[in-house]
Design a protein. Structure first.
Length: 209
């Protein structure tokens, strides 16, 4: 079973508190989402392998550390996942970025794919799938299944707020995927929104509602 990590860092919790507030505007909301993603990325990259690198400092020679040739990719689930990409790129700027477009059918609540564009060598990369909300888990599971069809083996999923239903579904369908969560909320309402949650993350990021 993959890891389930629920972030308890005070900075993450503080920033989640800000984006939960219904009076937080799009600019501040968008900035906070990026900052939370950066902090989560710090934890999600903790086990990346390092290699020795002979280095000469202004004071002499030493053996420093560098990433051991790891190829990384960030794959946001459109559209809300886009809000997490800039924060992650701050820490891993060399990562390629793919995109998977899914929307939730309002009647069935199931995801419908409409776009998929991935780096050509995606199967060689450690992939970070990002979406601010893990509600029913349908979109996350479908996006990860799509990546596995393209040969991806090392996949991690990062979200800001999750519902127990989504976590359970993701663990059942993809037990090999590590999950990183900013906050685990109480439940889903009858239209599949996380409660207490923060509303529609995409609308709040892009100011469309």
């Amino acid at each position: 079973m993959g890891k389930l990590v629920i972030m308890d860092h005070p900075l993450i919790q503080h920033k989640i508190g800000i984006i939960r507030d219904k009076d937080t505007g799009s600019k501040d909301f968008r900035e906070m989402v990026g900052e939370i993603a950066m902090l989560e990325c710090f934890e999600a990259t903790r086990d990346l392998k390092l290699e020795d690198c002979p280095t000469e400092t202004p004071m002499g020679k030493t053996v420093a550390k560098r990433l051991a040739g790891k190829k990384l990719a960030i794959v946001p689930i459109l559209r809300a996942g886009l809000g997490m990409v800039p924060g992650m790129q701050t820490l891993i700027p060399a990562a390629k970025v793919g995109h998977i477009g899914l929307y939730r059918d309002p009647e069935t609540l199931k995801p419908v794919e409409y776009y998929c564009k991935l780096p050509q060598d995606i199967e060689e990369r450690d992939v970070f799938v990002v979406d601010p909300m893990l509600a029913t888990g349908g979109s996350a599971c479908d996006a990860i299944a799509q990546l596995k069809k393209h040969g991806c083996r090392n996949i991690r999923f990062l979200c800001i707020i999750a519902a127990p239903d989504g976590v359970k579904k993701l663990q059942e369908e993809h037990p090999d995927v590590d999950i990183y969560i900013g906050a685990l909320d109480d439940h889903l309402n009858d239209i599949g929104y996380i409660v207490p949650g923060l509303g529609d993350a995409g609308d709040r990021i892009f100011g469309t509602k």
